[in-house]
Design a protein around this ligand. Structure first.
Ligand code: 2AM
Ligand code: CA
Length: 273
């Protein structure tokens, strides 16, 4: 079976398992801080995906949020970048608005992206270069917008932080309005569908954005860090994703004056500029 169809099959199967497992008792643990949660379902889903991939494709490598492959030092061959549950807080508190996210790379190049909205049973997917789909429906190329007529995606928690608040506040202020959905993968998909014109955040891991970014790129959207540099599959970064015109506007009119502050944020959080 072709790799793309295999990936589509296992993400749907994983979603099916999540819908079953979440009816049983959830075992919730905290990770880096009291609001950073992981559940037995996050771990079981990643294990299911890892084991199934490993069984069928022993030479493929997996980077997963819940522990697989974080020591990756090169990008040769096929690499799966997986978030078993993106939006764990929504999963725990709302039992919806979360996704399984998968990006597959071949020799460092994007090959296919998948974001599965588990409770809506909607799969967003692209085989890079062949169009992006919402189930079987082809997504249209993005239209350009400007900030003053745009709804943007940004988590309000960041506006309360002194440094990020200063950087993001003028953007929120000049936008038509702002929204926060709590799953980065689904927020990126909202940009790819034109429902949000942009999504900004100071810190994501590759598994949060790998699948979504491939889908966004496929409809002509742009994703970089807050300095305008490309995003990579094997390290965390700050994020601005948007249609092309708005991406240019946000970088040139709003973020360029904070270049040094952003670079020092990168250095502090990620150990590099
Ligand atoms: P997660 O649910 O997989 O942890 C919440 O705003 C979104 O940002 C979620 O998609 C969450 O992913 C993601 N996220 C990842 N790292 C984060 C961080 N360090 N701080 C806040 N949100 C983070
Ligand atoms: Ca996760």
């Amino acid at each position: 079976m072709a790799l793309y169809d295999f990936a589509k099959g296992i993400i749907l199967e994983a979603g099916n398992k999540v819908r079953h497992w979440m009816k049983e008792d959830l075992d919730i643990e905290t990770k880096s801080n009291p609001n950073d949660l992981v559940t037995n379902v996050d771990k079981a889903t990643e294990n299911f995906l890892y084991e199934t991939i490993h069984h069928n494709y022993p030479d493929h490598r997996v980077i997963g949020e819940e522990g697989h492959g974080h020591e990756l030092t090169d990008t040769n061959g096929v690499i799966w970048v997986i978030d078993p549950i993106d939006g764990t807080l929504n999963f725990v508190h709302q039992q919806e608005n979360f996704a399984i996210s998968i990006g597959i790379y071949y020799n460092g190049e994007p090959y296919a992206g998948f974001v599965y909205d588990v409770m809506k049973d909607v799969l967003y997917h692209t085989k890079v270069g062949e169009g992006a789909y919402e189930n079987t429906h082809l997504l249209k190329p993005l239209e350009d917008t400007e900030l003053k007529t745009s709804i943007i995606g940004i988590n309000p928690n960041w506006l309360t932080k002194p440094i990020m608040g200063k950087i993001f506040m003028p953007i929120v202020n000049d936008a038509r309005s702002a929204r926060a959905y709590g799953s980065a993968a689904l927020e990126i998909i909202s940009v790819a569908k034109g429902q949000l014109a942009a999504y900004l955040t100071p810190r994501l891991q590759p598994w949060d954005y790998a699948g979504g970014l491939m889908i966004l790129n496929e409809v002509g959207g742009i994703g970089t860090n807050l300095l305008g540099d490309p995003l990579e599959m094997n390290r965390p970064n700050s994020i601005v994703m948007a249609n092309k015109q708005l991406h240019d506007q946000i970088l040139n009119q709003y973020l360029s004056e904070f270049k040094e502050t952003i670079a020092s944020h990168h250095e502090k959080r990620f150990g590099r500029k």
